[in-house]
Design a protein around this ligand. Structure first.
Ligand SMILES: Cc1cc2nc3c(=O)[nH]c(=O)nc-3n(C[C@H](O)[C@H](O)[C@H](O)COP(=O)(O)OP(=O)(O)OC[C@H]3O[C@@H](n4cnc5c(N)ncnc54)[C@H](O)[C@@H]3O)c2cc1C
Length: 446
């Protein structure tokens, strides 16, 4: 590779960074991915502590990833990950009621996060344009006359140095220091919004047996009706990956008895049955997530050319709704479309395209969070109305397969939320969502 040829540098080799590198390789003859960690095959690594917890890939995200990396789903399946139909092959409980088991046209890829990342990393590494540098941490930007021309890095045990780049893409995740870095070079800093949810996760793996859950491969218990929820999916290695979650400080314990007892308080017994029946393969591990954070780069009055922010660095969502990887993939697809149209005024075009995807997921997830009385935030009449409507949609989805299908396609970020407002669907939701109530839910006493 010619060292004078255009060079893009991606900071962070998480899901966003890998997808960004794959997209950038179409346009830049040299793409360098700088990662603070060392890679560990398909094992979880230090820089991505969330990888030890259940990572549901929404069908909207899988479809976009497949567009960017054709055949990847098959490779992940060949590495051992099962697939299943979202509602016909697994169980979704919304507000304590099981969504009607019907064909949705949605196939879920049940891979652990490290396996998905491993698959993407292999794809990126196979591109001749892409080079990885491990154990290299970014800690600032280099700017000349208002343009970002490189990044300051330090290698473990080595000196600080500058890496020159025509484009730097920050994919360092929710702890991104992009605002501080921009301030330090005299550039505008984006406004930031956050919704504090004080979510705690505790996750553990168990050996899967075919008779568990009547042969179904996943169960999701949403938290809409209370502060506690959980999920269990069968991932590669024929293991149950079980994650329990609690909002607003109601965190699941990490000892065997406490973990099992927490599972018993969920509104339905499925997860508790799994954790009491299956052989544990690991100890529970915790994760704490303070809140969703959105940085409004699209509102900046001016952008330094040569710098973009993508993935959790741009917006980090409440993980309960499993949107982060999908929205990162949608942003990577947006970046590809922007680059195909040329590099002139790239940041402005990218951020306005990315904001359209972020807006949808942000409104859905923060709106649902505000349904919990303890979450601080402005509940506009629109949010209150929508939350009451979503509650009805949950109840209607229990008895009406057409509503269940429509709801799951929106939750999977395949169809836009507006499809739930079409006259036919509104009529079904209002009629079928009238009176059903979850049976004996412990959540109601919380
Ligand atoms: C507990 C939890 C559960 C989640 N569950 C789901 C789910 O079910 N479904 C879903 O879609 N999403 C889920 N998410 C969100 C998902 O993890 C992210 O949205 C997604 O991985 C995209 O993140 P990213 O690539 O931007 O950042 P990350 O995945 O966090 O990757 C950032 C990378 O940058 C590296 N890095 C950090 N700082 C530096 C630096 N200074 N220099 C160089 N490298 C650096 C890190 O080591 C890491 O490799 C969950 C998140 C959490 C916290």
């Amino acid at each position: 590779m010619n060292s004078d040829s255009p060079h893009a540098v991606v900071l962070g080799a998480g899901i966003a960074g890998l997808l960004a590198a794959i997209v950038l390789a179409e346009h830049f003859p040299r793409v360098t991915v700088l990662e603070r960690d060392t890679f560990a095959g398909s094992e979880p690594r230090r820089g991505v502590p969330q990888a030890r917890h259940l990572h549901g890939l929404m069908e909207g995200g899988r479809a976009v990833i497949e567009t960017l990396c054709p055949g990847l789903t098959e490779e992940i399946v060949a590495a051992g990950a099962p697939t299943t139909e979202v509602l016909a092959g697994s169980r979704w409980y919304l507000s304590g009621l099981r969504a009607a088991p019907t064909e949705t046209g949605l196939v879920t890829l049940l891979a652990s996060r490290p396996l998905l990342e491993w698959g993407l990393r292999r794809r990126a590494a196979a591109l001749p344009e892409v080079r990885f540098r491990e154990s290299v941490a970014a800690h600032g930007l280099v700017a000349v006359a208002g343009r970002i021309t490189g990044v300051l890095v330090s290698e473990s045990g080595g000196h600080a140095q500058a890496v020159a780049a025509d484009l730097v893409v920050d994919c360092t995740g929710r702890a991104s220091r992009a605002p501080e870095w921009l301030r330090a070079v005299g550039a505008h800093v984006p406004e930031q919004d956050s919704v504090v949810i004080d979510l705690g996760y505790s996750s553990r793996t168990y050996r899967h047996r075919p008779e568990h859950l009547d042969g179904q491969l996943g169960v999701v218990v949403s938290t809409m009706a209370g502060r506690r929820g959980g999920g269990a999916i069968v991932v590669e290695g024929d293991r149950w990956h079980v994650t329990l979650g609690g909002m607003l400080g109601d965190h699941p314990p990490t000892d065997h008895e406490g973990f099992t007892a927490f599972a018993a308080t969920l509104p339905v017994p499925d997860i508790h049955r799994i954790v009491t029946d299956a052989e544990p393969l690991s100890d529970p591990v915790p994760h704490r997530f303070r809140g969703s954070v959105r940085r409004y780069f699209e509102r900046l009055p001016a952008y330094p050319e040569g710098f973009l922010v993508l993935g959790d660095s741009l917006c980090s969502f409440n993980p309960l709704y499993a949107q982060g990887m999908t929205v990162a993939a949608q942003q990577a697809l947006t970046l590809r479309a922007c680059l195909r149209a040329g590099v002139a005024e790239l940041p402005g075009r990218f951020y306005s395209g990315a904001a359209r995807h972020v807006d949808v997921a942000w409104r859905m997830s923060t709106g649902a969070d505000l349904n919990h009385p303890g979450v601080v935030g402005r509940r506009t009449p629109r949010i209150r109305l929508l939350n009451s409507y979503i509650g009805r949609a949950h109840r209607a989805a229990h008895i009406d397969p057409i509503v269940a299908r429509a709801f799951m396609r929106v939750a999977n970020l395949v169809d836009p939320p507006e499809t739930l407002l079409s006259p036919g669907t509104v009529a079904r939701i209002l009629w079928h969502g009238r009176g059903v109530r979850p049976e004996g839910s412990p959540l109601h006493s919380q």
